[in-house]
Design a protein around this ligand. Sequence first.
Ligand code: FAD
Ligand code: FES
Length: 369
Amino acid sequence: MITSLAIQVGVVAAIGALLAALIELADRFIANYGECRITINDEEERSLNVQGGGHLLGALAENKLFIPSACGGRGSCGLCKVKVLEGGGPLLPTEAPYLSATERKNNVRLSCQVKVRNNLRIEIPQELFAIKRYAGRAGKIIDQTHDMKQLDIELTEPETLDFKAGQYVQLTAPEYAKSDQPIYRAYSICSDPTDESTISLLIRRVPDGICTTWVFDYLKVGDQVELNGPHGEFCLQPTAREILFIAGGSGLAPIRSMLFQMRNEKIDRKATFYFGAQTSDDLCYLEQMAQFERDLPQFKFVPALSMPRDEDRWEGAQGLITDVLDAGEHEFAQAEAYLCGSPGMIDACIKVLLTHGMPQERIFYDKFA
Ligand SMILES: Cc1cc2nc3c(=O)[nH]c(=O)nc-3n(C[C@H](O)[C@H](O)[C@H](O)COP(=O)(O)OP(=O)(O)OC[C@H]3O[C@@H](n4cnc5c(N)ncnc54)[C@H](O)[C@@H]3O)c2cc1C
Ligand code: FES
């Protein structure tokens, strides 16, 4: 009985997959949707004529309208949301997991999944019109750990980028030996927000990742680079509350930028930065953090190693970052938290914060998903 049911489900799934593949093939080689009109925010001057057939995300980017995207259109980050009021067709199964009931009701869609097959009427937030494309050249490329590099980008056109500490840019990896088309990925800015001409990123290598392989193995000092931004709202709130910063790996990037902001603006709030790593090989910017401790009287940096080796001779905090955070002495219920790094680490730390009474609305995060 169970076997025959499983066979039936398998057959239906296979037919579904075959149909989807046929539609994709037909789209690519047969269908000609001609020119389609994308009406944006019901404003004639913002509206576009594009060649039909591609995805909405790409059609907008070609017209210098950059919707946030971290997965490059694979439908796995859920960042590329826009409202599609007319012409988007039915919601796709690939979009459903990323949309809440309210978002679905409000016609929110993933722009990397919606195809431009006819005229569309869409709505996007005003702040996205401020996002620009920037050209620059790779300045210093510095090894910060065995798998993290700081990439300094000297901007050339325009020559400055006005950003808030905590925001990110989308870096374009061009077509190269391991990728047959340009793609872009999100990277938090790790530099001082008062330096608008050189944008620094802290990039961690992802094995076989398209963008990080390009940065680590192909990009050379002086090469042309392109990015768009600034994106995001992961920024310091203007309160006097105690701050808990929590990060792992390259999640340190936006927090470093926020610490520059605190120093520049003489923000004297009690702040603790919990930084999770496995061994001392994963630690970076130690001297810089020590300098922040000297410059910001109420700031404390707490690196924690989950797998210290004998040669680490580690005398600092040990254990998973969740355990170290859990043992921290804070007035959690009065504080606010800024978390950055992998989704798993962030979700685990949020649980600890909630257990200690921190209200959900005071927990801010950027997941590097
Ligand atoms: C807001 C935000 C800020 C970020 N900031 C930073 C930062 O400061 N520093 C940093 O290092 N990272 C950051 N990231 C992560 C970054 O955007 C990239 O996801 C990461 O660098 C990997 O990019 P990649 O092109 O090298 O890997 P990808 O090519 O995107 O691959 C990533 C993973 O997906 C797998 N994969 C590849 N192709 C597919 C496929 N077709 N289907 C399913 N899986 C696939 C790969 O095997 C790999 O494991 C940030 C992400 C977000 C959302
Ligand atoms: S770009 Fe990632 S889900 Fe659309």
